[in-house]
Each structure stands twice: as C-alpha cells, then as structure tokens.
Design a protein around this ligand. Structure first.
Ligand code: TYD
Length: 218
C-alpha cells in the first residue's frame, strides 16, 4: 500500500469542508489521483447507515457498532483499494471522530472502541481464523484537526442548515468532543496537524496548504 491517506477532523462548525475540496484541487493540479470521501459514509451501504446514525435516536453502543459497520464497508471497498492503487484518499472524518464523539462526547468505553478499531481496520491474528484478511493497521498518514472554541462553532452553525442529531447537542458536549480530539492529537503528534480555525477562510486554507507542503505532499 503506497498511497496517501489524509483525514479531516474537528467539532461541527469548525469549517473543514471547503478546505477539503481546496486541498483536493491542489493535489489534483499536482497530478495526484484523488479520492474524496467521508464518514460515516463513502459507500452505498455506509451512506444508508449514515442516515440512521445522524437522525435516529439510539444508545451509544448501537451508534458505535453502526459507525464501525459503515467504516468496515468503506475501508474494504473504497479506502484500501484506492491506497493500493497509489491514490490520495481525502476522508472527511475517520476513527478519531469516533474516539472524540462516541468516546469523549458520549462517554462510551474507549477500550471497546479500541477493540472495534482493531477489528475494522487494525491487525488481529484471529482474523485469519474467522476468514478475514489479517491486514496491517490502517491509519491516516496525516490528520488535519480544525480546532475552534465550541461557542464560536455554535455561532457558525446557528446560521447554517437544520441541525442533525449531533449538531443539535449543547456546547458542553462539543467541549468534551474538543477535549477528545486534543487527547488524540497529543498521543499522536506526528500524525496530527492542528489548524487554528478561528481565522479567515483564506488564512485557514493557507495553513492547510503549508502543512501539506511541509510534509512534501505538495
Ligand atoms: P460532518 O462530518 O460534520 O458532516 P456534515 O458537514 O455533512 O454535517 O457530520 C458527521 C457527523 O457525524 C458529525 O456530527 C460527527 C458525527 N460522527 C460521529 O459521531 N462519529 C464518527 O465516528 C463519525 C465519523 C462522525
């Protein structure tokens, strides 16, 4: 596998979406073949699960299982094949979001999330016994973390569309999610690039491009 896997994270309202499209364009202009995708979603099955996850009330275990079920289909049918072809995969959220939203936000058991992560895109010797391929651990090469204070993000969201199940959570939920991202970033400082999202769109995008240049991707 020699492609490049980049994920984009942050609390709702941090404003990552336009920058994902911008980075995709910059990489394409450089001659890279780019696969733009998102989680939950990215496949026909996973997009159906996304609708349920974002709209239907459910307990944290059901939510986590559905998110990882969607992720399994996405990893197996889109992400790993694209990376194997040497492409760049830009993914709007990945497993860090599960640690931040279901783990830190919803207070769900991190050990169980770790187990699900290993099953879905990690290494497990027992995979072979279950007829699953014992793949190597799949992690993004780079994770952009768009960091913004939850009160500012809430103001941005207030002017946007009708909120989904997560977007309608109170500021205190997003404080916990933000803390969750912070913990993830501290644990993996080489993979994470924190982007100060409390700047103009142009300044944020300049930072996004600079990180890609510093890593030799642009
Ligand atoms: P988001 O990426 O913000 O998409 P959009 O900009 O179209 O609203 O929405 C995805 C939502 O799903 C977001 O509120 C976070 C949530 N989510 C989780 O709770 N756990 C996860 O593992 C993932 C990938 C997303």
């Amino acid at each position: 596998m020699n492609g490049l896997f980049i994920s984009f994270e942050g609390i709702d309202g941090a404003g990552k979406s336009t920058h994902i499209a911008g980075l995709a364009e910059a990489l394409s202009n450089k001659g890279c073949k780019v696969t733009l995708t998102r989680e939950p979603g990215g496949t026909s099955l996973a997009e159906k699960l996304r609708t349920l996850i974002l709209n239907d009330p459910m307990d944290a275990l059901t939510e986590s299982l559905l998110i990882f079920a969607a992720r399994r289909d996405h990893v197996q049918t889109v992400i790993r094949p694209a990376l194997a072809r040497g492409e760049v995969v830009l993914c709007d959220r990945f497993t860090d979001a599960t640690y931040a939203y279901q783990g830190a936000g919803r207070g769900f058991d991190l050990d169980l999330l770790k187990t699900l992560e290993k099953w879905v895109h990690g290494t497990r010797a027992s995979h072979v016994a279950y007829g699953l391929q014992a793949d190597s651990m799949l992690q993004p090469n780079l994770t952009y973390w768009f960091d913004l204070a939850p009160e500012l993000a809430a103001k941005r969201l207030a002017n946007a569309r009708v909120p989904d199940k997560f977007e309608s959570q109170p500021v205190v939920f997003f404080e916990a999610v933000r803390d969750g991202y912070h913990v993830r970033a501290l644990a993996d400082p080489h993979r994470f690039a924190r982007i100060e999202a409390n700047q103009s769109k142009e300044e944020v995008f300049a930072d996004v491009i600079q990180v890609a240049k510093d890593r030799g991707y642009l």
